[in-house]
Design a protein around this ligand. Structure first.
Ligand code: AMP
Ligand code: GLY
Length: 422
């Protein structure tokens, strides 16, 4: 089979690494990929958001399956266009991607399907939103309804603190049209974890639970990022909790989507808060998480392409997933200054030495080759991922690998997976 992978982040490097190991994969292309992806795929210079060029390339090169990594092309309808061209696609339609790209839609769908989530109100008018938060006794989470690269949520412990983010989103348009509508939620407290599932529109198949670390600083301090590290499995999510999540959250939402628009095909990502009243949905995403994908791919023993094909052919009930029982930990190394401004173009050293450690894999995200040297070009640069007999052992191994890698002003959190070890 010829496969085309769309995207260029750490998630896509992990997917490329895993897909290239499949006996079903004869040739892997990536659009546009990155230097890590290029170790496993032929990278073609097509932007991940260029729907027409991706479809044309897939047709011209007799691609059998297109796998779409990021949310932006999914929201733009790339999966619809690929399927219209008669090519199998792994990833939901534009209608399905609304579950991530339109938080107001997602909230209404959850309400209609009685899926447990935070109580919320939806506003299109700044003054009405402001009046509402100031009338409340308790804090709120303010969310831009549209796509904002993981930065569109502000948790405000005091109601008055919500006014400034509302101004920025609704009046100053810091996220553009994504902030025209806002969702204002009650604050949920508890431990967070994520459950991802393969979906073929009818059947779901959950993966092992995983936990991300969104804030930039140790101890979950500072602004939110795309994710600074992840580990799997998550001890707080036991088998009983997983079956609750499947039964009360994933199945009803997939059924609600089927009633609304038809099949949801690809990955459904449920970000959950484990509150004293049970698990509640914080957000749905329409794709693999980044960096959640990296530890999951390290632990997945089954053939990923086979499962993706089972989704595309609507026979997920015939698939089985086997996991390495060993935990995996991924530490993201970022450019100093991220998630604000950072300097690009510093030479990165030590990746080979890190990769040479047993059960370690260094996934590239924001890297590029410049004058024959590997340099940082993005905020999140590498996802250093390790397996170990215990979470503590995986963590130790991941940080041993991180210590071998260097570039000017590189940064990483020192406490990834710490919550699971305490
Ligand atoms: P999101 O981009 O929706 O994942 O939100 C980013 C982060 O904000 C989440 O990982 C949570 O830590 C936090 N958050 C979002 N919604 C709530 C909420 N209703 N209550 C408490 N924290 C929240
Ligand atoms: N790491 C969070 C996300 O991919 O949305």
């Amino acid at each position: 089979m010829k496969i085309l992978l769309v995207g260029s982040g750490g998630r896509e490097h992990a997917l490329a690494w895993k897909m290239s190991q499949s006996t079903l994969c004869d040739h892997l292309y990536a659009a546009p990929g990155n230097p890590g992806v290029a170790q496993h795929a032929e990278c073609v210079q097509i932007a991940a958001e260029d729907v027409d060029a991706v479809v044309a390339f897939a047709k011209d090169n007799q691609v059998d399956l297109v796998v779409i990594g990021p949310e932006d092309p999914l929201s733009m309808g790339m999966a619809d266009a690929v399927r219209e061209a008669g090519i199998h696609c792994f990833g939901p339609s534009a209608a399905g991607a609304r579950i991530e790209g339109d938080k107001a839609y997602a909230k209404n769908l959850m309400r209609a399907a009685a899926v447990p989530t935070a109580e919320a109100r939806i506003f299109n008018d700044f003054q009405a939103a402001k009046d509402y938060v100031l009338s409340r006794e308790h804090g709120v989470a303010v969310k831009a309804a549209g796509l904002a690269k993981g930065k569109g949520v502000v948790v405000c412990p005091e109601p008055y603190q919500a006014v400034q983010p509302l101004e920025k989103m609704m009046n100053e348009k810091v996220f553009g049209a994504a902030g025209n509508t806002v969702v204002i939620e009650e604050i949920l407290t508890g431990q967070e974890a994520t459950v991802l599932a393969f979906c073929d529109g009818k059947n779901i198949y959950t993966m092992e639970p995983i936990q991300d670390h969104k804030p930039i600083g140790d101890g979950d301090t500072g602004p939110n990022t795309g994710g600074m590290g992840a580990y799997s499995p998550v001890p707080i999510v036991d088998a009983k909790t997983m079956s609750f999540v499947e039964r009360e959250i994933l199945v009803p939402i997939v059924d609600a989507m089927r009633r609304d628009f038809g099949r949801y095909e690809g990955i459904l990502y449920a970000g959950l808060m484990f509150t004293s009243a049970g698990p509640k949905v914080i957000e749905f995403n329409c794709r693999f998480g980044d960096p959640e994908c990296q530890p999951l791919m390290m632990r997945l023993k089954s053939d990923l392409v086979e499962t993706m094909l089972a989704v595309a052919e609507h026979r997920l009930d015939t698939a089985t997933l086997e996991w390495d029982p060993r935990p995996a930990v991924c530490v993201v190394m970022s450019s100093g200054g991220y998630p604000d401004k950072y300097v690009k173009g510093h030479e990165i050293t030590g990746i080979e030495q890190a990769d040479a450690l047993a059960d370690v894999k260094v996934f590239h995200a924001g890297t590029a080759m410049q004058d024959g040297k590997l340099v940082n070009t993005g905020g999140r640069v590498l996802g250093v991922t390790a397996l170990g007999e215990t979470i503590a052992a995986a963590q130790k191994r991941a940080y041993e690998a991180v210590e071998k890698i260097h570039w000017k002003d590189c940064y990483f959190r020192k406490d990834i997976a710490g919550k699971a070890i305490q």
